[in-house]
Design a protein around this ligand. Structure first.
Ligand SMILES: [Fe+2]
Ligand SMILES: [Fe+2]
Length: 284
């Protein structure tokens, strides 16, 4: 059972005057990645083929991720009535796919796979919380809060299964840390950058990773506040087996915040330097 349904959102409260044009391209891009959740369920089903409890949970999880895409896609269509969610997603599907034909985790172990999933859910939980708190638009705030709550539950789901596998596989702390940091680093790969391209740029424009990750991150990073990183760092610490609210976690959060501010400013500078600025197709 899903915890909420798209139809239950108060869509009639949508207020176009409160839409921040900087948020629209991010929501459109996020809709692509979320909608693509089904492939991850196929992959996870293969990796955990002899674990029916987890496979069932992964199918349920993917249904919720797909619903996140549909809710974000619906909101984007209200914010920009000329935008075609289905067509943008088809472009994304045609140009980006994960390898679902694995029979073992690309992370080297099941524990590692589940830690990587915890990192992804930490990222999405923090991101939608940041967007919910930043936007004045009431429907987007409602949708982002609903999604952020799901993402936190997903973290707990993968964390609980991870603990079960950790007892069995006994993955070393160094390996857990390597998987976690590796997955954090992947956030600037093509998955989001190409989603930004398909959701926002004219199909005649050739995809450029550099341009698209800059367009995405230069906007997205501006919505985070220190408290989001602090909470996110606690979740990452928990996932790798460290004390989530200790001094080390605080130090790491402060370091991550400084890094984020520095990178955010560099991305913003790069957006300004794009001459002429790349016009976003139909952005409200
Ligand atoms: Fe999601
Ligand atoms: Fe999730």
């Amino acid at each position: 059972m899903k915890h909420w349904r798209v139809e239950q959102v108060s869509w009639d409260r949508f207020d176009p005057a409160k839409v921040d044009p900087e948020i629209v391209p991010l929501v459109k891009a996020a809709a692509m990645v979320e909608r693509n959740g089904g492939d991850y369920a196929i992959y996870l089903n293969r990796v955990f083929k002899d674990d029916p409890d987890f496979a069932r949970a992964a199918d349920h999880w993917a249904e919720e991720e797909i619903q996140h895409g549909d809710a974000l896609g619906k909101w984007s269509s209200l914010a920009d009535p000329g935008w075609d969610y289905a067509a943008a997603f088809e472009r994304y599907r045609n140009g980006y796919s994960i390898d679902i034909n694995a029979d073992a985790s690309i992370r080297g172990s099941r524990t590692g796979e589940l830690i990587a999933r915890c990192i992804v859910e930490t990222g999405t939980s923090s991101y939608y919380t940041a967007l919910a708190e930043a936007t004045e638009e009431p429907v987007l705030r409602e949708v982002c809060k609903l999604i952020a709550a799901d993402e936190y539950r997903h973290f707990k789901l993968f964390y609980d299964h991870m603990k079960r596998y950790l007892a069995r596989e006994d993955l070393s702390f160094a390996k857990r840390l390597r998987v976690a940091f590796g997955r954090v680093g992947e956030s600037e790969d093509d998955e989001l950058a190409f989603a930004f391209h398909c959701a926002n740029e004219d199909p005649s424009l050739t995809y450029s990773h550099e341009r698209c990750i800059t367009g995405y991150m230069g906007r997205a990073m501006g919505f985070y506040r220190y408290r989001h990183l602090e909470r996110g760092m606690g979740m990452i610490f928990k996932a790798v087996g460290l004390e989530p609210r200790g001094r080390l976690s605080q130090l790491a959060a402060r370091g991550a915040w400084r890094l984020l501010c520095w990178r955010r400013d560099r991305y913003r500078e790069a957006i300004r330097r794009m001459a002429p600025p790349v016009p976003l197709a139909q952005a409200a």
